[in-house]
Design a protein around this ligand. Sequence first.
Ligand SMILES: [Mg+2]
Length: 291
Amino acid sequence: MDNKFSKSFLIGIDSDGCAFDTMELKHKECFVPATIKHWNLQAVSKYARETFEFVNLYSKTRGINRFPALMETLRLLFERPEVKARGLVKPDLTPLADWISRETKLGNPALIKEEQREHNPLIKQTLEWSLAINEAVDAIVGEGVPPFPFVRESLQKMQSQADVTVVSATPQDALVREWKNQNIDQYVAEIYGQEAGTKKEALEKAIKSGNFTTNHVLMVGDAPGDLKAAQAVNALFFPINPGAENESWKQLYNEGIDKFFNKTFAGEYQNQLIEKFNSYLPTTPAWEKNK
Ligand SMILES: [Mg+2]
């Protein structure tokens, strides 16, 4: 059997907001306009944008898959008094909630199948929204943006002892394009996108194929979901702190990788990193605190 993994350590790296500074660009310029258009939020566009950005960029749910993120955005949005005052009616999201609870490969291929099977108008609307996002990302992100400083250097340093994989909730073809365009795909053994399942499932798959043992697996990410995925498979976690990405990558390059390879990462060092990371993103929206 062809095994892409040959080294004794495994490092999983998230892509958007972690390796690349693409979160703001993708969410603000691509996701938000598509969401306002496809969910008929024109009358409350200001609140829709603020709520969407809170869920996807500036809170503990940062970086979650687009479909649960949509559910959470609409839930919070339709609770806002300003939105209630406009008399907008929240769409019934039950068919989407059902699909999310049954499916782990939360991407367009699985959603297309669901649409063909159920012929549900809400699923059709969700699919049109999701396809519009991909189109906007293709058009606006285009050739992409370079990775954060110290990403390339870190990838090179990791090569000596670790197999590196991309572990992301972004569609696979966008990931391949972005890593290839920046010429850093050469450093990775495998790219797992949203069609491969959750981040936990992707890590599990890699751990199993390469027979990696405890304390030999590290996840690098910028969102609490990345930390959760790491903990679920008993992996170590290095946070790229939102807003302090350059410093984080520099620290990973100068210190974190060595500690991981020397087996001095687990314990105190790991705890300190997580504690700091947890202070970066809020759980409660500012508009609720000000009520
Ligand atoms: Mg991310």
